[in-house]
Design a protein around this ligand. Sequence first.
Ligand code: FES
Ligand SMILES: [Fe+2]
Length: 445
Amino acid sequence: MGSGKTHNILFDEDATMSPLPRDSLDDSLSATRKAVADMLEQRNPTYSLPQPFYNDPRLFQVDMEEIFEKQWLFAGMSCEIPAKGNYFKLEVGSNSIIILRGAENKIHAFHNVCRHRGSRLCLKDKGKVAKLVCPYHQWTYELDGRLLFAGSDMGDDFDMSAFGLKPVAVKSAGGFVFINLSENPEPIDDFLVSLEHYLSPYDMDNVKVAVESNIVERCNWKLVIENNRECYHCSGSHPELLNSLIEFDDTDDPRSTGEYRDLVARKQADWTACEVPWQLARFGKRNRLTRTPLLDGIVSMTLDGKPGCNKLMGNIPNADMGSLRILHLPNSWNHFMGDHAVVFRVLPLGPQETLVTTKWLVHKDAVEGVDYDPARLRQVWDATNEQDRRLAEENQLGINSLAYQPGPYSQTYEFGVIDFVNWYSETMRENLGVPASTPLQVASQ
Ligand code: FES
Ligand SMILES: [Fe+2]
């Protein structure tokens, strides 16, 4: 660059700086995608993943593009936006999304990006608006995303209809709101029909969030989910949770005992008599619903096992409903009891940083301080979340070591983890374009 000319690295013909920054980024990402496909093809499906899946920033970008920008994600509860104009916001990596209740009770989701010059529109996590007004130059949008006002100086031929907010696919069932950032979302209606059925006794239009917690775990999002998918660690770490929870997943659990199976049969007969759904339902490895008993005589995930809220949810006939467990990969697990529910949302913040949001739901008419005490309601899962955070963070630190190599999952205790990691692996390979017919190879160990 000694010619005295002003050089522009993107446009100057004489520029010797190559490759262009944008090209080099693309090269590196496509190399990462190829490496991801290769590693998944060679992995042992009953072993934990190779190290880069848990800590590499490039692989994290592929996770965001191929999983979080393509799969249905649990966003929040419809009760959080009860009236027209109510909205909440969530961040999916670098994508900020607005979930909003519009006219005629319709739930919309939009990219939180102004169509003028791209400013974010909603800055608060939640709120209520009459219209969406951009804070930068006040372009104004209707609640259905149409552009209503763009100032007077855009010219006579400015076509406002071409500059509506970009929509995001959104579906709601059983009080849950799911979004999908893909242009062609995969079908999910079979699961949603089931979800609606299982949640119908809870009258999800009449629930509210009693209390909420947000914790940032310094670990990869997959370690949060892996940790949730097994109770191998429960006896060593979760004294509060084990006051109510039975470790077995269902009667097919290889550890289940005759005594447990008798309890399940008894409770299932009770639930059938109350017309409360309990059957195990699966939708691939992505979704699983089942109602399982809590310890005999215990009705809720509270420290003493008694109801955390005196007013039962919806039309629930009695408090002894066990726990309806609902799994949604990649980012949610849930427990619905008779008196309250606990819903969990996982959102990756970085290769080794994950936001875990927990919400405790109660009947809309339950009165704080009379029917429930938020501090008591949250005790068990606050303690459990904190214990799980420490476990997952220690898992991350060990994985970051030179010494880490994938290790074997227990078929007896960790079948749920095997299912999750295989779901991840199959979904990733499919989205990366690896033919679905190529079987996962079992490497010799
Ligand atoms: S960027 Fe929104 S009005 Fe200008
Ligand atoms: Fe745990």
